[in-house]
Design a protein around this ligand. Structure first.
Ligand code: HEC
Length: 157
């Protein structure tokens, strides 16, 4: 229950931006936000960290180091977020797909949280099942959004 509440709060903070703020952004126009073309998005740093943490978890599972999995899982579940200005850009780009994007993030949160709880119980099978669910959620978001994200924010194809 506590996790559910945290998750709801977190999701709110992540991609909920008031309409007035969005309108203000559009009103000032794209030129008003001086964004260097090709400059890495903060989201990429967040993702690199997620990738590393997942790799460390893989190693820890192989060695049955459940304490380490339990330590890393909440960091994956409650990963850092880009600054508000970047969230706004992402949100404006996502448009009607914002809910879908957010729900993939929520799936990662829930699966990684379950992984941490299984690790605390020392339940290796459940850790691996939740790990797999976490990876599937990463993949699902990447398959839906990554290519177009890179195209949009870096102009690559
Ligand atoms: C809500 C959508 C979403 C979820 C969930 C998500 N990612 Fe990503 N991920 C992205 C996007 C968008 C990019 C492209 C970012 C960029 O290139 O700046 C990305 C890129 C990456 C990259 C490549 C970074 C680079 O240097 O190019 C890694 C690694 C990564 N994600 C790992 C993960 C892992 C591990 C998870 C799950 C624990 C995960 N991601 C979950 C959206 C997501």
């Amino acid at each position: 229950m506590e996790n559910l509440v945290n998750h709801t709060l977190k999701s709110r903070s992540f991609f909920t931006v008031s309409l007035s703020v969005i309108l203000a952004t559009f009103a000032t126009g794209p030129g008003a936000q001086s964004v260097e073309a090709g400059k890495p998005m903060t989201l990429r740093t967040v993702m690199e960290r997620l990738g590393r943490d997942m790799q460390v978890v893989t190693g820890a599972i192989s060695k049955e180091e459940w304490a380490l999995v339990a330590e890393l899982a909440p960091k994956i579940a409650k990963h850092a977020e880009p600054p508000m200005s970047e969230k706004m850009r992402i949100l404006a780009w996502l448009g009607v797909n914002a809910g879908k994007f957010r729900s993939f993030d929520g799936q990662v949160h829930d699966a990684a949280t379950a992984m941490g709880e299984a690790a605390k119980r020392g339940d290796g099978q459940a850790v691996i099942a939740a790990f797999s669910k976490t990876q599937q959620s990463c993949l699902a978001c990447h398959q839906s959004f990554r290519h177009s994200f890179v195209e949009q924010f870096y102009g690559e194809r």
